[in-house]
Design a protein around this ligand. Structure first.
Ligand code: ATP
Ligand code: MG
Length: 325
């Protein structure tokens, strides 16, 4: 039997190319070898947003990106977390298997507190890795393809699975994370992570002219001030994008940047072209989906029927193991 992949994203805005290179690309490349399940983490949105008015639009937009990137609705159920009630029940049970101090030690949470300037954290935000553990283990996920910021959460998931199995009997696997080579794509502003909340993104569905405009304002090596100054590719965000999206030219670009033969304006144009070309097939596959959101809604309903069956069976096993009714 194929092993299971579970991975999801929050519908908090349009997907950016960091989401693609950090996670989505692996979802697609592993589909076939694994049984994939993909979660629209709409309940997770509530950890940082009280405004829910955009969730439906963002959900459809995100699922369009997933499908256009190559997730096949026939093979890989896609579903909204809020529509499968078992996530909430398993979350509640898992809340009893982890301490508050363990959750407070989570480095990703500390990073979020810093980046989003949160000074008074809600209870649900502290506990969101526990909900994530429920998301993964409800489908008995073996592999979780995610970006680097999620590693600490997979570790918490493993600890919860171990604790449950020890207390009640062996129900859950201990899932492994799966990173890509670009598990933390830097943002246009040079910050370590491209992120919606930091406003330093290129969106997956951006038109070529938007990609050009975004890359044009990207931060490069700040010591390279004039066109012919020698530059340092290793500190340049645009160079990182070349490495991912323009591998054939990377070596010459690095050499020409170092010697001062290549200026940033020209380098950025080549970078924007490469990014735009890379995502062209995705933009093309996306257009008919964008014209037919009803179809995407049907795909979600179908995915939810399939996911619910798995969730029900897991919860039956949980109840049996815990002698709960
Ligand atoms: P953002 O991080 O942009 O604010 P988010 O936190 O709402 O968005 P998530 O749903 O947490 O988005 O992220 C979805 C997936 O994309 C996760 O696996 C995450 O690790 C990955 N990811 C997000 N940003 C990046 C990035 N810059 N580089 C690599 N992977 C990323
Ligand atoms: Mg995130």
């Amino acid at each position: 039997m194929k092993k299971t992949i579970l991975s999801g994203m929050r519908p908090t805005g349009r997907l950016h190319i960091g989401h693609y290179v950090g996670a989505l690309e692996n979802w697609v490349s592993l589909q076939g070898d694994y049984q994939n399940y993909h979660l629209v983490a709409d309940l997770h949105v509530l950890t940082t947003n009280t405004n829910t008015s955009n969730i439906e639009d963002y959900t459809l937009d995100m699922v369009m990106d997933w499908i256009a990137s190559g997730i096949d609705p026939e093979k890989s159920p896609m579903f909204r977390q809020s529509q499968i009630k078992q996530h909430s029940e398993l979350f509640l049970i898992f809340c009893m298997l982890i301490t508050k101090s363990r959750l407070e030690r989570n480095p990703t949470l500390k990073e979020q507190v810093r980046d989003m300037e949160i000074d008074n954290m809600i209870y649900g935000h502290l506990g969101y890795p526990v909900l994530q553990a429920a998301d993964i283990l409800l489908y008995k996920g073996n592999l979780v393809p995610v970006g680097e910021d999620q590693l600490s959460h997979i570790e918490i998931t493993r600890e919860i699975a171990r604790k449950f199995n020890f207390e009640y009997g062996n129900v859950f696997p201990e899932p492994d994370p799966k990173l890509t080579k670009f598990s933390r794509l830097p943002g246009l502003d040079g910050k370590a992570k491209m992120s919606k909340s930091l406003g330093n993104t290129i969106f997956l569905s951006d038109a070529p002219e938007d990609i050009f405009a975004s890359v044009k304002k990207a931060v490069t090596d700040t010591q390279k001030q004039r066109k012919n100054d020698p530059g340092r590719p290793e500190v340049c965000t645009v160079y990182t994008y070349h490495e991912k999206f323009n591998p054939a030219e990377t070596e010459t670009i690095a050499a020409d940047c170092r010697s001062g033969a290549l200026g940033c304006v020209d380098c950025k144009k080549r970078c924007a072209t490469a990014i735009s070309d890379f995502f062209e097939p995705i933009r093309e596959r996306r257009a008919p989906l964008a014209a037919n959101p009803e179809k995407v809604k049907e795909i979600l309903l179908d995915g939810e029927t399939k996911a619910r069956k798995v969730a029900e069976e897991t919860m039956r096993q949980v109840h049996e193991a815990m002698k709960l009714g």
